[in-house]
Design a binder for this molecule. Sequence first.
Ligand SMILES: [Zn+2]
Length: 223
Amino acid sequence: MFITRAIFVGSLVVSCPAVRAEFACDGVPVRTLAADAAVEERVCAIAEQAAQQLARCGLPLTREVTIRVVDEGLGDGCVGLYHCGQDLIEILSPQRLEVQRKEQSLFSNLATQRFFDSVVVHELAHAAHDALPCPSGVCLATSEYLAYNHQIMSLSSVDREAVMASIDMDRIVQHDEVNASILFFKPDTFAARAWAHLNQREDACDYLRHIARGDFTFDRERP
Ligand SMILES: [Zn+2]
């Protein structure tokens, strides 16, 4: 009996050589799983930096999040996905991202590795926000406002300038121009407006804290 079980377990191990355990990042409640250990290390380094920025602006990572780096399965044009309520993020691997990213987009001036890093930050912002209450009942555009702004905020100044080159930062963006309709139909326009709108506030981080707390919303409240 014992021998049979040992063989069975042994054969399972042999037949699944690619299965690896999730890698627990140091100092942040993040686990990651990628085909390449170097990518896992990169995800952890980014998560560590992102956690500080997120916490400073009202989005502490309070629940453990798993980040799976995948090569397919996210759907057309999707480079990262946060599964609401599941503390699970899926992100396209840098290799796959290189092939699949759009040539013309708000982030097309960024090198693929740095774009990948910024997507990690974007999705971690969603995860942190998901752990907070949503007082208005709908927090779709509000969550994207936080995610895109944290994504752009996390860039180096050179990369941020490259992104901002295609945004009209001088035009005053009204609050209701940042909404779910523009998010669905023109996500890049939503992100550009969100960044310009945030930069027109007196204190960006303080404003993000208010948004995270639900003091202001970019979604229509449920009747
Ligand atoms: Zn998003």
